[in-house]
Design a protein around this ligand. Structure first.
Ligand SMILES: Nc1ncnc2c1ncn2[C@@H]1O[C@H](COP(=O)(O)OP(=O)(O)O)[C@@H](O)[C@H]1O
Ligand SMILES: [Mg+2]
Length: 470
């Protein structure tokens, strides 16, 4: 229940009001002058004080001043004689809630007291609301300033209206500078290229835009994110900018890029050297051929030279292209076929070659090497054994994907096929042994040979998975 203090030097009034207030369930107190009244006020903290103005020791106005100094929310209602109206009006200016003329009608006073209490309740609610508002503003401010990235809020005309601590510390703009200029003047970005302005971009696209920026003065890289702000009706109201310092990441990226370029160069160089070394071996064999008399030795040496050449072509293909681990199988097969035909001095018009391989077939080095050696053996055999008796030699080579990383290689010629009585499975000749070893064991594939009408060789295999060797 509300506490009411009645201060009046007239005992009749004082006691009557106190009794009536108590009948109305108020906690009522009374004092006969201002000094006593203030003591009770300090002890009981009443909500409303009903005070006479003219009193001995301390008058009502002084009571009002002291009460308001102690508790702004306590309300003072004056009761005054006819002559005191002007003083009462003055008192209202000093913060009194109201005044009632003597003789006091209790009902009139009660209405005034109820109004004062209602105002107190409203004021209490308002104070709580303001406190809560202040708390959430403080919380927001603390959070805003806790963010490590620089943050700025811009209005619809691009003026910076709020920045966090990190922003001020990083860019060092004074409050005065920030207040006057729009962001594009501060950062000087719009003069260089308007289309680069994220503020404009995010405003037009209505979505968050991100870009990287180098700040020359600070020698730092930032990732800037600009998110447009719209009202409920979709009207552009400004934007929130965040500047993330990505200097360390950028420098690392540059280091990684440089190291990658260096390693790519090195890898290219290694393939080049391996290819050169193979060429040297090939040339040494060539020298041997020049001094040999025995045709068998010459033929064997030539075949060996071609095998090495087919391998060196793989390395050449690797260092000449962007992809350092996979070769373009169509290009490789074209080069290899031309190379072998040339080494056997076959006129290009004497053999028509069809290479049926899609341009997007790229084979990893580990798989490509045995494949290439197999093709080399098969083309060599076609030249050596098939096209001898054929006027118009036809060579067909295809490599088709049959599933995920699965392929089928076909090499076909239009020669006489396998001679009668020749059993391939039992053959121990080097070429076929090599084909079987590479196809079945190294690649884990399945070989089918059909030698009835010309020679057709089929190999189904799966690309080998890269195994770490060191
Ligand atoms: N495309 C082919 N056409 C006809 N006969 C072939 C063909 N390929 C292989 N042969 C026969 O199979 C044999 C074994 O071949 P290979 O192992 O490569 O040995 P080489 O080529 O040294 O004779 C050949 O000698 C040849 O009789
Ligand atoms: Mg052979």
């Amino acid at each position: 229940m509300a506490k009411i203090l009645v201060i009046d030097d007239e005992a009749i009034i004082r006691d009557r009001l106190k009794s009536l207030l108590m009948l109305d369930d108020f906690d009522a107190y009374s004092a006969e002058n201002g000094v006593e009244g203030i003591k009770i006020f300090e002890a009981e903290a009443p909500d409303v004080i009903v005070a006479d103005i003219k009193m001995p020791k301390m008058d009502g106005i002084e009571v009002l001043r002291r009460v308001k100094a102690m508790n702004k929310n306590a309300e003072v209602i004056f009761i005054t004689g006819h002559g005191g109206v002007d003083t009462a009006i003055e008192a209202m200016k000093e913060g009194a809630f109201g005044y009632i003329q003597k003789p006091v009608e209790y009902d009139e006073l009660k209405i005034e007291i109820d109004k004062a209490i209602e105002r107190q309740t409203m004021q209490g609610k308002l104070d709580a609301y303001v406190r809560e508002l202040q708390r959430s503003v403080d919380e927001w401010e603390i959070t805003f300033n806790c963010v490590k990235d620089c943050l700025s809020i811009h209005d619809e005309d691009f003026n910076i209206i709020k920045t966090n601590k990190a922003f001020i510390e990083t860019f060092g703009f004074s409050e005065k500078e920030l207040n006057v200029k729009p962001c594009y003047e501060l950062f000087g970005c719009i003069e260089s290229d308007v289309s680069q302005c994220l503020n404009i971009r995010s405003r037009e696209s209505r979505v968050t835009c991100v870009k990287e920026m180098y700040h020359q003065g600070l020698n730092k890289y930032f990732e800037i994110t600009v998110s447009p702000i719209f009202t409920k009706d979709g009207e552009f109201k400004g934007s929130v900018h965040s500047f993330k310092d990505i200097t360390a990441r950028k420098l690392n990226e540059e280091k990684i890029k440089a190291s990658l370029e260096e390693k790519t160069l090195l890898l290219r160089e290694i393939h080049h050297r391996v290819k050169n070394n193979m060429e040297i071996i090939s040339n040494l064999i060539e020298l041997n051929i020049d001094t040999a008399d025995d045709q068998k030795v010459i033929d064997m040496s030539n075949e060996m030279k071609n095998r090495i050449r087919s391998m060196s072509l793989v390395h050449q293909s690797l260092y000449q292209n962007d992809n350092l681990s996979h070769i373009n199988f169509r290009d490789y097969t074209k080069d290899l076929t031309a190379d072998i035909l040339n080494s056997y001095s076959v006129e290009p018009s004497a053999v028509s070659v069809t290479i049926d391989i899609n341009d997007d077939v790229y084979i990893g080095m580990d798989t490509a090497m045995p494949c290439c050696l197999i093709i080399n053996e098969l083309i060599t055999n076609s030249i050596k054994h098939a096209f001898k008796k054929t006027k118009e030699g036809r060579l067909y080579i295809s490599m088709k994907a049959t599933g995920h990383q699965s392929y089928e290689l076909i090499v076909r010629d239009n020669g006489g096929g396998i001679p009668e009585g020749f059993d391939i499975s039992k053959s121990s000749s080097l070429g076929l042994t090599l084909i079987k070893t590479l196809g079945e064991y190294q690649l884990g594939g399945k070989i089918e040979i059909n030698g009835d009408d010309g020679m057709e060789f089929k190999l189904s295999f799966k690309e080998l998975q890269y195994r770490k060797r060191i």
